[in-house]
Design a protein around this ligand. Structure first.
Ligand code: ATP
Length: 370
């Protein structure tokens, strides 16, 4: 592989607190780029979202879609506003359109706690949580979006779609991730989450999972029903390594995962396909805190770190990987003393203060690629 150094990133700040967390995130990316060197990011900010739809009638214009398609990576903050809806009552969600159109089947949702922050669950093992939920992000029950069939005002039907081709790539992604994590000391286990006891689509999902598992004999596998997983993720979340599930179940369980970390503002994510990837915090546009300076930018910043690590691995650029690690480690150090407590965790640290602490931690480090 030939190493690449120059990357184009399509930046979509979106709605609500989106621009409030995106702006400092770009500052952090700029700092990482200057401090580490060895790569450049050309950031192309483009329009999309509910506010854009309200004035233009389009959720994402074709020019924005073109920029996203041509970019090496896409960085997205938050899209959608409860007050702006399509005629059928659903919210404007270009991030879902991007996932479908760019084939971003693997929604990677790390459930990793940060030392120093109060957590809703006491970890009886004294260790921090480090698991990953992989949410299929292009089909499942979300495939029914915009295709609901109505029988007058009496019945509405939404159909779940599970395809072999997407499932095989999804499960292989999960097994490869478990293998990679195993090299760093994780158990090397993938748990398939479904409802195979009730719905044929999920029995098919599980059947393909077990078929693909045979190709990865070094990785342990198990299967669990989603209702049991909701219970077990609260009772014993530290027993899980990589989990893989359907789109709607993943949507719900990833918010549970964010809660285990302390709040929505701490949960990063990546939606990865074979040719494209979007990096976006798990949270939405949080209209209740817009303009108050209370948005926690950590999830956005950690999503940008995931982007750098993905770009570096994909294009054989170790500087990019180092820059991602620098950001991640600096976020960890910023919170580790327990003094920096975000508003969403009952503290008084707003967006600016959190960003200032992370930048300070970054500047305190002298980094060079290994
Ligand atoms: P979506 O359906 O678009 O994912 P949502 O309805 O799940 O969005 P969010 O916008 O994620 O809702 O907000 C859920 C709650 O979490 C709100 O109370 C919001 O203020 C809070 N929240 C979300 N993101 C952050 C953040 N970055 N910092 C602080 N609080 C946040």
């Amino acid at each position: 592989m030939t190493a690449r150094e120059d990357f184009v990133v399509a930046v979509l700040p979106g709605d609500g607190i989106g621009p409030e967390v995106m702006a400092p995130c770009l500052d952090i990316l700029g700092q990482a780029q200057r401090q580490v060197g060895g790569f450049t990011l050309t950031l192309n900010t483009v329009e999309a979202g509910a506010a854009f739809y309200a004035v233009s009638g389009e959720s994402i214009p074709s020019t924005s879609l073109d920029h996203a398609q041509q970019a090496d990576a896409i960085l997205l903050a938050a899209m959608g506003l409860p007050s702006v809806r399509y005629p059928d009552g659903t919210e404007i969600a270009p991030q879902l359109e991007l996932r479908e159109q760019l084939g971003l089947y693997a929604g990677v949702r790390p459930i990793r706690t940060l030392a120093g922050l109060p957590l809703p669950l006491a970890d009886r093992r004294g260790a921090h949580l480090d698991a990953v939920l992989i949410r299929e992000s292009t089909e499942g029950l979300f495939a029914a979006r915009g295709k609901t069939s109505y029988d007058g005002d009496k019945i509405a039907r939404d159909t779940m779609v599970i395809t072999r081709s997407v499932c095989e790539r999804l499960f292989d992604f999960a097994f490869h991730l478990a293998r990679e994590r195993k090299e760093s000391g994780a158990p090397g286990r993938v748990t398939c989450i479904d409802k195979a006891n009730v719905l044929g689509g999920f029995a098919f999902f599980r059947k393909i999972f077990l078929e693909r598992a045979e190709l990865f004999p070094d990785i342990e596998t198990d299967c669990a029903y989603v209702d049991a997983m909701a219970l077990n993720l609260v009772k014993r979340p530290w027993d899980f390594d990589v989990m893989v599930t359907e789109n709607m179940f993943g949507d719900i369980l990833s918010d549970l995962g964010a809660a285990l970390m302390g709040g929505m503002g701490l949960a990063p994510s990546a939606d990865i396909g074979d040719d494209h990837a979007v990096f976006q915090p798990c949270h939405g546009s949080a209209p209740d805190i817009v303009g108050l300076g209370k948005a926690n930018p950590t999830a956005m910043i950690l999503s940008a770190a995931m982007m750098l690590e993905w770009l570096g691995a994909r294009h054989d650029n170790s500087w990019c990987v180092v820059a991602g690690s620098l950001i991640r480690a600096s976020v960890g150090r910023a919170f580790s003393s327990g003094v920096l407590l975000p508003f969403e965790l009952g503290g008084a640290a707003g967006t600016d203060e959190i960003v200032a602490c992370i930048l300070e931690e970054m500047q305190a480090v002298d980094h060079a690629p290994t």
